[in-house]
Ligand binder design. Structure first.
Ligand code: BEZ
Length: 205
């Protein structure tokens, strides 16, 4: 059977979700990794051909291109016989999907703040915009601190997404100090970050 191809970047937290799911699911031998360099102002033609949104991760499978990370992760979860990372039904499913939405929402705000402070020419930067994104990040972190119980237990798509989001804050927003005032979330992350699937996918520039 032809290998799947994952278009990714080692710094992308969304691609990290997919890589961590592939590891948890025991699928890495079935996936060829294609490391691509791109940004909103420097698109990658190969990625654009597969995904008109021009974003990674993008997964090429026989006759189909899948994007973005929630869709790819859910697809991969149908391709293995280990414990499922997307709980099938009931409260466990909605808890996991809700946590995924919180983690992805944090990341969406973090990426917008990153582009504003890193990519946009200094003279064009808009500090209110960045402050607005950082406020969203703080709101998600506070909610996760209050609901840390829902992160505990065996990894799901929810805890993996939150783990990748917190890892991205450490990677690109270290001086933000997200742990300050959030001891329960910090304790949970210290332990979650030790999972082999998290250690093996830690972001690099
Ligand atoms: C980053 O370098 O922070 C980054 C790279 C690719 C996707 C998202 C973030």
């Amino acid at each position: 059977m032809a290998k799947m191809k994952l278009y990714y970047s080692p710094a992308s937290p969304y691609a990290r979700k997919v890589r961590a799911v592939a590891l948890e699911a025991g699928l890495t031998k079935k996936i060829e990794m294609v490391n691509v360099v791109l940004s909103p102002i420097a698109p990658n033609a190969d990625v654009d051909k597969r995904n008109p949104i021009g974003k990674i991760p993008s997964l090429s499978i026989k006759g189909m291109e899948l994007f973005d990370s929630p869709v790819i992760c859910e697809y991969l979860d149908t391709q293995h016989r280990r414990r499922k990372l997307f709980p099938a039904k009931g409260a466990a499913r909605w808890t996991a999907l809700r946590l995924q939405a919180l983690g992805d929402g944090l990341l969406d705000a973090a990426l917008l703040a990153r582009y504003e402070t890193f990519l946009r020419p200094e003279a064009l930067r808009w500090s209110d915009w960045t402050a607005g994104q950082m406020k969203k990040i703080s709101g998600v972190l506070d909610r996760l601190e209050a609901e840390v119980k829902s992160l505990k237990g065996k990894p799901t798509i929810g805890s993996i997404t939150v783990g990748c989001a917190l890892g991205y804050l450490d990677f690109r927003f270290a001086s933000f100090g997200w742990r300050q005032g959030r001891p329960k979330l910090a304790k949970w992350f210290a332990s979650f970050a030790e999972l082999p699937s998290m250690k093996e996918t830690a972001p690099t520039a």
